[in-house]
Design a protein around this ligand. Structure first.
Ligand code: IPE
Ligand code: IPE
Ligand code: MG
Length: 240
């Protein structure tokens, strides 16, 4: 059994259910995304308070470009607004922000906001907040394979030296530990192209609550659930 002192080093969250939250209230989907920002604030606070060192939030998948243009535009706009309004507060809380995803498809404004938030929080050391924004795991792995193949063809890596460490070192998560706990809100039980390689031995938690209703108490509950899990990594403990 785990113990209550078992705080995950890295928690990754698939923030799902904003659209349903809005529809239940007769609102437009984008209003659910706006409400979801409060939950982001709450989990960042709770993660820092509990001594979690890495918090990764799935904010926009590469597949999410397929949504109606008005919703995509609203998400991009919300990202820019949130960066502007939160940068100072995040910095003072000791939160370093890193954006993980393919950047070339973003508008100049979004790219400027990414630079702004990364630069202004770069020195913070209490918690690293990774926002997966235009991220998908399969495209991340594809880019890594391409990069490794290029290095092999240039003689920089010998093909027989390609091991799990080399692959990990070519992913967008190269400087991060694997997630210990993956939470997906809204009751859906799937990864939707998130951290497929890194999730090998993660614990999963699927609360029914929609993302805008996820708060600090829900976060603490997730930590309690995690602390009860028995992580065996495929091995059997010595018999007592
Ligand atoms: C998650 O909420 C936020 C993003 C994917 C950007 P959804 O927008 O997926 O909300 P539901 O799942 O449709 O309720
Ligand atoms: C996953 O949620 C992506 C994010 C939370 C950013 P989706 O709502 O896009 O995933 P599906 O469509 O339910 O699999
Ligand atoms: Mg969804």
């Amino acid at each position: 059994m785990g113990s209550l002192s078992a705080i995950p080093q890295h928690i990754a969250i698939i923030m799902d259910g904003n659209g349903r939250w809005a529809k239940q209230r007769g609102k437009e989907r984008y209003e659910g995304h706006i409400a979801g920002v409060d939950s982001v604030r709450a989990v960042v606070r709770a993660a820092a308070r509990n001594g979690v060192k890495w918090l990764t939030l799935y904010a926009f998948s590469t597949e999410n470009w397929g949504r109606p243009a008005a919703e995509v535009d609203a998400i991009m706009e919300l990202f820019c607004k949130t960066v502007m309004s939160e940068a100072e507060e995040l910095c003072s809380q000791g939160v370093r922000v890193v954006i993980m995803g393919e950047r070339s498809r973003f508008s100049t404004k979004v790219r400027e906001m990414i630079d702004h938030i990364e630069r202004s929080t770069a020195e913070a050391t209490r918690l690293t907040l990774v926002l997966a924004f235009n991220y998908s795991s399969r495209s991340e792995i594809t880019l890594a394979v391409r990069d490794i193949a290029r290095k092999v063809s240039l003689g920089e890596i010998r093909y027989e030296d390609i091991d799990e460490e080399v692959i990990s070192a070519h992913l967008m998560t190269r400087s991060m530990p694997d997630p210990d706990l993956i939470i997906r809100t809204s009751g859906e039980c799937r990864l939707s192209n998130f951290l497929l390689w890194q999730a090998s031995y993660a614990e999963f938690y699927f609360p029914e609550v929609l993302w805008p209703d996820f708060d600090e108490a829900q976060f603490d509950k997730a930590l309690e659930v995690y602390a009860q899990r028995d992580r065996r990594y495929g091995v059997v403990a010595d018999e007592e």
